[in-house]
Design a protein around this ligand. Sequence first.
Ligand SMILES: [Zn+2]
Length: 340
Amino acid sequence: MSEDPEAWRLTPAPEEFSRLRSPLIGVERVPLCPVCAASAQSEFAVGFDYELMTCSNPWRFVQCSACGHVWLNPRPGVAELGIIYPSSYYAYNYAKINPLARKAKEWLDRRKMAKIMAQCATRPRTYADIGCGDGRFLRTSEGFGVPRSGLYGLELDEQVVNRLRGEGYTGVFCERVEDSSSLPESAIDLITMFHVIEHVSDPAAVIGQVVGWLPPGGVFALETPNIDSLDSRIFRRTHWGGYHIPRHWNLFTPSTISRLLTENGLEVIMTIFQTGHSFWMYSLHHWVRFEGASRPRAGAWFDPMKSLCGIAGFTAFDLVRGALGAHTSAMLVICRKPLS
Ligand SMILES: [Zn+2]
């Protein structure tokens, strides 16, 4: 590692970024650890927006010297969110993917929901999915007996929200979780938030909102990348798919996410390791395409949107590893708001 702490800023972008004229965007510093507020930190990884190439900045993850939490510092400025989340980012083309892959995904969704429901003391009458996308988990929960009148969701894509409301999901709103005022306080029996917490600027504030919506005894399930996994270690230097640079701002381990949840008023019941097939695929994709010289056409075999064989192979691999007790790169943490 260089003695100059700012040397990472001089890391040149792969040549493909300049061919595409990806811009340099504004940044803001995040001096304190978002989990424990300590200021001592060291460089963890440096990389680029390998996935979407929206900007050509080099980005750096740092690790807290006190608690081990990893966060992006600096991170994109708020004014740049329209660049790093292009409109295509929210295009839910789930219906267009291979029917076999869709069936497999529905099976995995039902399996995940069954594990979460098993932790509820009684069958939930109300359910909210934060970052509900096209509403697939709202539909899954109806299969478990939650009435449509008790369903809530937050989603940032206005078109998707309007479509869901048109289908009778009138509890779905186009709001950021931090600013939301539309969900009922202390009245939602079960809340899920899949792959959202790593994107937000203030994870503790988001957990605080969720705690406000839960009644005592209510259950909250959160899924987020696990930076203490085999693939994150293999591709740690720069190419790990779970970095999702520069859109993932906080990366947790089972221990740091547990600390964030308990310090904000929840009891962790269990952590389940899910399949991290997309992270395996994107890691290999980024490595093949960008290690050394840029290879614009290389890596297509590992594009999770196109390679059914790769997805099936890594899903099976992680299902077996998870069953054997390995810590995969996607963790599902189930917790509860204490009764008193
Ligand atoms: Zn810390």
